[in-house]
Ligand binder design. Sequence first.
Ligand code: DC
Length: 228
Amino acid sequence: MSKKIVIAIDGFSSCGKSTLAKALAAKLEYVFIDTGAMYRAIALYFLRNNISFNDEQEIKEALNKINLRFQYNSVSEKSDMILNGENVETFIREMHVSSKVSEVAAIAAVRDFAVAQQQAMGIEKGIVMDGRDIGTVVFPNAELKIFVTADPTVRVNRRLLELQATNPSITLQEVAENLQHRDLIDSTREHSPLKQAEDALVLDNTHIDRATQFEIALNWAKERIVLS
Ligand code: DC
């Protein structure tokens, strides 16, 4: 049997990271972890419990009460996020969470909490993890690092289509503003900002379809698996 590797996929919001990560994991029979879902669930908990984003003690106590786990959903063929026993997969994708999650993800204690769990999930390798700091902080020794990018207009339109499925009244402007806001905070925050790892391979999917993107990434993965 071939050796298992760690595949780290990073990039800006809505550039197709999760779609790619999920497809790669299914093909390689690896575990897929959407780390954004973890930050979203923490943000949801903070919002529901009125946790102040500036109060270190309150944040520490809140994190002690948070239990996160993933549970496979055979309909979506993806893992749902479970927060303290409750399936919050739908809630964490709502706009009120999206508009605050970058602020929550910028808090050092929140990052330490999430990163420790992410690293534990990858101990046995055979994992495809997507996020913002996977190749730089969570798995700096990952055998394959992919930095996914796409033109901002393309990203906004893709995200709009996705969100309209559950929220038909959402506007292009709302989606564009949210993406710009998150990209700015995610890439300029003090702790683990989004940046391309030096040894990451760049995959710009502005002009290529999902199938082509998948083939390119799968070939990179196969090369690394043979070498490892
Ligand atoms: O991938 P996503 O859009 O669901 O991520 C939600 C937010 O969480 C995003 O604005 C940035 C943050 N995030 C992060 O800081 N680090 C990660 N590894 C994943 C997500």
